[in-house]
Design a protein around this ligand. Sequence first.
Ligand SMILES: CC1=C(CCC(=O)O)c2cc3nc(cc4[nH]c(cc5[nH]c(cc1n2)c(C)c5CCC(=O)O)c(CCC(=O)O)c4C)C(CCC(=O)O)=C3C
Ligand SMILES: [Fe+2]
Length: 375
Amino acid sequence: MPDALDSTPYDALLLLSFGGPEGPDDVVPFLENVTRGRGIPKERLKEVGQHYFLFGGVSPINAQNRALLDALRKDFADHGLDLPVYWGNRNWAPYLTDTLREMAADGRRHVLVLATSAYASYSGCRQYRENLADALGTLRDEGVDVPKVDKLRHYFNHPGFLEPMVEGVLDSLADLPEDVRDGAHLAFTTHSIPTSAADTSGPAEDHGDGGAYVAQHLDVARFVADAVRERTGVDRPWQLVYQSRSGAPHIPWLEPDICDHLEERHAAGVPAVVMVPIGFVSDHMEVLYDLDTEATAKAGELGLPVRRSATVGADPRFAGAVRELVLERAAAERGLPVTPCALGALGASHDVCPVGCCPARAPRPAAAGADSPYA
Ligand SMILES: CC1=C(CCC(=O)O)c2cc3nc(cc4[nH]c(cc5[nH]c(cc1n2)c(C)c5CCC(=O)O)c(CCC(=O)O)c4C)C(CCC(=O)O)=C3C
Ligand SMILES: [Fe+2]
């Protein structure tokens, strides 16, 4: 038996995710939950509904989260970390509010949250913090003595997140026909967001255009491209591109789109492209539809060989990274000196989102940050 690891003051970990439909009847109510008050055009919703129906109305995200829960519980048990792990979602069962109610009933008093988004941005960070504030508010109104809630820092540059990605690209390259392998370019992809949301993402530091969202993705892309070059001895051009744009067409979102990028690379005579979905923690519908279905069909029309590299998912190295992040944060909360683990050029991100971090268009209470109304 390994020596017991100390995660005090925390007495539980909460995996906080997006949620997704688990059958055809779930699709429309799920989309209504996602888009409540968000002004997404009806046409776009119909289209996205079709993406889900194409896969029997089942999003892959819940199965991915169940696998991650198993991986986390196994890793914690193997390493002597006695910390229960719960799961709650923003948009589908198990709903966050229900999970937090259960946690309170189980006597959990100080909860650490792992969100399934590795980067800064309103959609990937503050919106989850708003969901936490909503859930805590609901429970407080019910008379529940709510636990204290903190959120783990952005983990985009943790070795346990980066290493499986590097390996995924190597596997994809190996899977390409030999005659196009060395000439292949790397297209790192992430979720497009409005440029206004990107520019204001993260704390108000000087990250330039695109804010912390673009800076963090560029840091990951550069790190992975460098590691792949070192391990293959081939220097491959790379670019950060975007996918899954929604919203009204007149509002600027991050570009170029992956499909336009593939067209442009093909026209420039590039023999193959590996699409690397660095923006997604697991195989979400965005990966299965926008990359594996739409972009792959586009490449097929062009006659351009493409591969899509694996997401991190429930990789044991990622589970280990979560354990390290938990222990690091717990030690910091206990006032011990810690050297946060991070690769790349940006360094470890803040533990606690400062006031105004990743602002919403319409300000709402957000928990687990310096501006939380729940101490
Ligand atoms: C940055 C980002 C992430 C990554 C961070 C994170 O993981 O949290 C993410 C994840 C996800 N987004 C998802 C699904 C959807 N996102 C939508 C809409 C939007 N996403 C946005 C951004 C992001 N989204 C934005 C700016 C919008 C526009 C409207 C708004 O400002 O809210 C819509 C509405 C239809 C549409 O417009 O496409 C759907 C259905 C799913 C589940 C997939 C599955 O089922 O596997 C996941 C993991
Ligand atoms: Fe989304």
